[in-house]
Design a binder for this molecule. Structure first.
Ligand SMILES: [Zn+2]
Length: 391
């Protein structure tokens, strides 16, 4: 890298605070968790929510059969960044099992993020699978918080003990749209489009996923991965769940713009590749790191955010929002790696069996060949295509 550019880069970086990967201003989660000590229904001071809404939420929470923690908060730029992590951040603070629901309002549009933490580990269905299967949720009004919160509690009850989902209350149902005829046609068009595009593709990948899962399972016996791989794998699985959740939220919107359809397709291709990696190689560091990265990118796409490339040196780092010169090639790098390089230090690369991953044979893995997608933009297709060849 030319010295002047390096100096300029360093000058810029010198003013950037170095923050850990998931640093977040602590105020919002702390404030909510503190308030929950006296009342498990938190309403942000800036909001005016009618008592009738709060009464309905309280009544539903009381009959849940497990603790229900609810926060009603306004959308802010800070919250937009962390909202999909909020249930996790909050549960980490209370340490209690239960249903965590964060309802965010933007204008008069309410949108929820929820997570069910069961005592004694996972049993029964996942909350996400119940939500995805609940077609009635698409008819809920979203200009007030109670309909969605009450429904989420019902969905969690179904996930918890398998009871059937009740029909949604008539007052919570969106009125029939006046131009029903044309909207049905639109939906049919969209369904056809989805069936030919993402849907068919996802279905195909899912089949592969299940086939590989079945085939590879015995290999896992006796081959316990080390704790670093276990942690990355845990984060990848969490990321995959969040991405699936974000996609189903996007799809639940009454009408998607062309831009949103593109975002959904991009999210789906990344999510499919993440799942394929997890299924194909459950304990490999390259695969779990790739799955983590792709699931994070899928979340960004589904949430309508720009999808940045990874840090070339390690896909588990923050995204590669800076560019650095690496042996004459410009590669994306996270701020931490860029700072180290500007100081003349070696970047902290992802090591596989004590060598940097980029020294491995690119012919063996599309993850190596593309620098986890830092060098080319077709990583998802290379992963899913490769599995296709393997069949
Ligand atoms: Zn980095």
């Amino acid at each position: 890298m030319p010295a002047r550019l390096a100096a300029a880069l360093f000058a810029v970086l010198a003013f950037l605070p170095v923050v850990p990967a998931h640093a977040a201003a602590p105020e919002v989660p702390d404030r909510i968790a503190a308030a929950w000590r006296t009342d498990r229904l938190y309403v942000d001071d800036r909001l005016t929510v009618p008592d009738s809404e709060l009464d309905r939420i309280r009544a539903a929470a009381k009959t849940a059969g497990f603790p229900v923690y609810i926060a009603l908060v306004p959308q802010t730029p800070y919250l937009r960044k962390i909202q999909y992590d909020l249930p996790t951040l909050l549960q980490a603070r209370t340490g209690q099992p239960g249903l965590y629901v964060v309802q965010v309002v933007s204008g008069d549009y309410w949108n929820g993020i929820e997570e069910l933490y069961r005592p004694g580990g996972l049993k029964g269905k996942s909350l996400i699978s119940v939500i995805s299967a609940d077609k009635q949720r698409l008819d809920l009004v979203n200009d007030r918080p109670a309909p969605q919160v009450v429904r989420t509690i019902q969905q969690a009850q179904t996930a918890y003990d398998g009871r059937p989902l009740p029909p949604i209350a008539a007052e919570d149902r969106e009125p029939e749209r006046p131009n029903r005829g044309s909207s049905v046609t639109d939906q049919e068009d969209r369904a056809a489009f989805i069936g030919l595009g993402a849907g068919g593709f996802i279905g195909f990948v899912l089949t592969l996923f299940l086939a590989f899962r079945r085939k590879r399972r015995p290999r896992r016996v006796g081959a316990e991965p080390n704790s670093y791989v276990t942690e990355i794998r845990r984060q990848a699985d969490l990321g995959i769940r969040k991405a699936a959740h974000a996609i189903s939220r996007l799809e639940a919107k009454p009408r998607l713009t062309l831009e949103q359809l593109d975002q959904r397709d991009d999210a789906n291709r990344r999510l499919a590749a993440a799942r394929a990696l997890r299924a194909d190689d459950p304990d490999g560091l390259l695969a779990v790191a790739g799955a983590l990265l792709l699931s994070r990118q899928a979340q960004r796409a589904a949430n309508g955010a720009k999808v940045p490339p990874p840090c070339f040196f390690d896909p588990t780092h923050n995204f590669g929002t800076t560019h650095v010169d690496w042996d004459g090639v410009e590669v994306p790098a996270c701020k931490l790696c860029a700072t180290r390089m500007a100081k003349g230090q070696a970047p902290r690369g992802l090591h596989v069996k004590s060598v940097p991953y980029w020294t491995l044979d690119p012919a063996d893995s599309p993850l190596v060949a593309t620098g986890f997608g830092a060098l080319t933009d077709d990583l998802p297709e290379r992963i899913t295509g490769r599995l296709d060849d393997a069949r």
